[in-house]
Design a protein. Structure first.
Length: 444
């Protein structure tokens, strides 16, 4: 079976950015920022993206391009048939299924809010509206609809499906976000929101450094699609002419810029309309974006038009990420078991239909899967990938890193490999232990 490849470099970059840009940027990032001191969180998050996110992206790219396989097949092949390393890669495939099981539920919420925005049916009581539609049979129905659209794109393959769709979607997301941000920052009362978001709060950071650092690390992994194997799968379709470090840097910068843009939409609107991030809008959790911004749109001129535009952006971003998540287990079945793409896509969509419906029907299960479970799985997965690159591939990883790279990029290769072997795994392991202790209720 002839393996597919990206048609253009731009197509790959936009698809990878589309994978990274999604609910992590537009749903989770603003509220993680609100819960962790605003500007204090933003500064630490940017540092983690630069020092951990970019090297981690490049490590996953190295595995993917060198193996031309999905995560499970990649680690098995590159370790000369080690079942243990193959299991580490398979863990990423399982993580992808777990992620999509809650992601498609939130995607269903977004679809519902997008269509409801045309009539403004949630404007009267934003909190009560979300409570009524968040979970239950209607939520399961919209989850199925969102999953169906995702499966149709993946069914089209790499060039005709994923690359074509994301090449159209990503520019639309950026244009709509820039327009919304430009409008939001000019609203009366938006100034305090901009100050909360952009004026560095050193005192808050000193008092809450460990909490902010842990939250920023988790957010960086989630929003860059690290630890699940998405970037391994996408890089497996790359040719040797790609500069992996350059592409990884571009993807991280574009993804981060879109997250920052999302904050420039959310915080000015909240401060201009409801006076800040206190109350339900700041509590985070699955309904925060919908309740907070729905209330804001209800008080704004042309609120319905703005709501349609905003939830349209979020729907595109969520779809682009969901596509990349589903591609991981699909690629596994196609590569390792020789199953046709159509059959693989249908089977996995059927599986997620069941697991996602369970999340849509149970708020408790959704909270566990979308929060601590997936965060821990992503962290553990990335640690495994980094250790594999640093200690199993070693000099081969450095050779793959250098292929297609310019002179300067090649010169920093040894420093990159050293950090992948030591600093990054230790940092992530410390984060993993801290999160586990927090879940167990241990405080310091």
């Amino acid at each position: 079976m002839t393996r597919e490849s990206w048609g253009t470099r731009v197509g790959f970059i936009l698809a990878a950015v589309g994978s990274a840009v999604g609910l992590g940027n537009l749903w989770r990032f603003p509220w993680m920022t609100a819960e962790n001191g605003g500007s204090a969180f933003l500064v630490v998050y940017l540092g983690v993206v630069l020092l951990v996110g970019v090297p981690g992206l490049v490590a996953e790219f190295v595995i993917g391009r060198r193996s031309e396989r999905n995560p499970a097949g990649a680690l098995y092949r590159l370790s000369s048939g080690s079942k243990s390393w193959g299991a580490v890669g398979l863990f990423g495939v399982v993580t992808a299924i777990a992620m999509l099981s809650f992601y498609s539920v939130v995607g269903g919420w977004i679809l519902r809010y997008f269509f409801a925005s045309f009539t403004g049916s949630y404007f009267g009581s934003a909190g009560a509206y979300f409570d009524a539609i968040g979970f239950g049979l209607p939520a399961a129905g919209f989850h199925v609809a969102f999953l169906g659209v995702t499966a149709l794109v993946v069914l089209g393959g790499v060039r005709d499906g994923i690359e074509r769709a994301t090449t159209l979607m990503m520019p639309a997301i950026v244009v709509l976000l820039v327009a919304l941000a430009g409008w939001a920052v000019t609203r009366s009362g938006a100034g305090p929101g901009l100050s909360f978001y952009l004026d560095f709060d050193a005192a808050y950071l000193r008092a809450n450094f460990l909490d902010v650092l842990g939250a920023a690390a988790g957010q960086a992994l989630f929003t860059l699609s690290l630890g699940v194997g998405t970037m391994i799968t996408y890089a497996s379709y790359l040719g040797e002419d790609h500069d992996l470090a350059f592409d990884g840097s571009v993807i991280a910068v574009l993804n981060t810029a879109i997250g920052v843009l999302a904050g420039l939409v959310v915080f000015p609107l909240l401060f201009a309309t409801v006076g800040g991030v206190s109350g339900a809008a700041a509590e985070g959790g699955p309904g925060a974006l919908f309740v907070g911004l729905a209330g804001a749109f209800s008080e704004l001129p042309l609120g319905r038009v703005l709501a349609v535009a905003f939830f349209g952006v979020v729907a595109l971003a969520a779809l682009s990420s969901a596509i990349s998540i589903l591609e991981i287990p699909v690629a596994y079945l196609v590569d390792e078991h020789g199953i046709e793409r159509r059959t693989a896509t249908g089977a996995l969509a059927g599986l997620v239909l069941v697991t996602g419906s369970a999340n849509a029907l149970s708020p408790g299960l959704f909270t566990v899967v979308s929060g601590p479970l997936v965060d821990l799985m992503l962290t553990a997965g990335l640690v495994g990938f980094l250790l594999f690159v640093g200690w199993v591939l070693g000099s081969d990883a450095l050779a793959e890193y250098s292929t297609g790279a310019g002179r300067y990029v090649r010169s920093v290769g040894p420093a990159w490999l050293w950090s992948v072997r030591t600093i990054l795994p230790l940092f992530l392991l410390a984060t993993l232990v801290a999160n586990l202790l927090a879940l167990a209720g241990v405080t310091f």
